[in-house]
Design a protein around this ligand. Sequence first.
Ligand SMILES: Cc1cc2nc3c(=O)[nH]c(=O)nc-3n(C[C@H](O)[C@H](O)[C@H](O)COP(=O)(O)OP(=O)(O)OC[C@H]3O[C@@H](n4cnc5c(N)ncnc54)[C@H](O)[C@@H]3O)c2cc1C
Length: 335
Amino acid sequence: MTSKAREKYDVVIVGASIAGCAAAIMYAQQGLRIALLDARSDIRAHKVLCTHHLQPCGAPILQRLGATEKLLALGMVETVPTFWTPWGVITPDAAENSPPPGFNVRRETLDPLLRQLANDYPNVDLLLGYRVSGLLTENGTTAGVYGTEQGSVFTVEARLTIGADGKDSTVARSARCDSVTASNGRFSYFAQLSGLERPGGETSLSWFMDPDVAYLLPNDGGISVPANYIYDPDLGSLHDYCTSSPDQFPSPGTNADFSGGCARHDMCYEANEGNSAAYVECNRQFKDDLLTVCDNVYSRGWSVVTRNACKTTARSYYEVVVLRHPSEWGGHLNN
Ligand SMILES: Cc1cc2nc3c(=O)[nH]c(=O)nc-3n(C[C@H](O)[C@H](O)[C@H](O)COP(=O)(O)OP(=O)(O)OC[C@H]3O[C@@H](n4cnc5c(N)ncnc54)[C@H](O)[C@@H]3O)c2cc1C
C-alpha cells in the first residue's frame, strides 16, 4: 500500500455534509487554509433520512454561508408552520405577529449546494473519497488525521481537527469522547410525493397527536414530504402500568387522553436509567402533564366536577406508576 502526506493546513474537517461544509465556509471566510474531507467521492452525495425542514433560527446561518438566494433559486420553499394539537390549532398570526419563515429544502438540493459553495473558496481543498480512520498525535495533542483513499494511506496535518462525520463519528471515537444513547421508542417513515394536493398550500403542517407526530412539508421541486413518527413501546422504551392501561378519562363526547404524558414518562425513565434524581424530575413532569390534559380538555363549558374527577383519575395514574417504579430504591419495573 502506498502512502502520501498532504501539506499542513490550519484546519482539517472530517465530513463534508452540512456541518462540515458550514464550518469550512466560515473558516475560509476568516482566511484560513482548510482541508475538507469526505469518505464519499460524489460531490452530489446527500443524506437521505431527513424531514428536510430548517427552523427559522437557522436562517441567519444560511445567509452567512451565502446559500439563501441560491437555494431559493433552486426552489427552496419559505414556509410558516401550523400545529394541530388535541386542544386546538396553533396558527401564527401573520398580520399581528409576522413570524420569521423557516425553509423546506430537500437534502439532495441542500447538501451538494453547500459542498459546491465550500469548494468555491480557493483556500478550501475539498478532498472526496478520503475515509478517515484515526487521529495523528504530536506531543500528546491531536495534529491531524489519517485514513485511506483509493487503496493508499494518507495523512493530513492541521493545527485544528474537526469531526463533522455525523452519527457513529470515527473522530469522536478516536478522541475517546463519551456518547449517550437512548431509545425514543418511535418508528418513523417518510416519502417524497409529487402532485399531492396540500390543504395548507406552502404552510408546513404538523400534527402533534401526543405521542404520535405527523408532518406534511412542501418542498423544492413541487415535492411534498409526509413524515410520521409513531410511538411504539415495543420498540424498546419502558412499557409500564400507564401505557398498558386505558390511558384516559372519558366523558360522553370527549376524552382526556393521557397516552402522551405516559409515553414521555416512559422515555424520560429510559433516558435516565439508574439516575434517581432524574427519575424524581420525570415524575414531577409526568404529574404536570396529566393534570394539564384535564385542565385543557375539560376547560370552558365543562363543570368543575368533571374536571376534578379527571384530575382524581390523573393522580391515581400518577400514584400507581410512581409506586410501580421504585426508583429511589434502585430499580424500576419493566412489564
Ligand atoms: C429521521 C430524521 C429526520 C431529521 N429531520 C431533520 C430536519 O427536518 N431538519 C434538521 O435540521 N435536521 C434533521 N435531522 C437531523 C439532521 O439530518 C442531522 O443533524 C444532520 O444531517 C447532521 O449533519 P452533519 O453534517 O453533522 O452529519 P451528516 O449529515 O451525517 O454527515 C456526515 C458526513 O461525514 C462523512 N463521514 C462519515 N464518516 C467519515 C469518515 N470516517 N471519513 C470521512 N468522512 C466521513 C459522511 O460521508 C457524511 O458526508 C433529522 C435526522 C433524522 C435521523
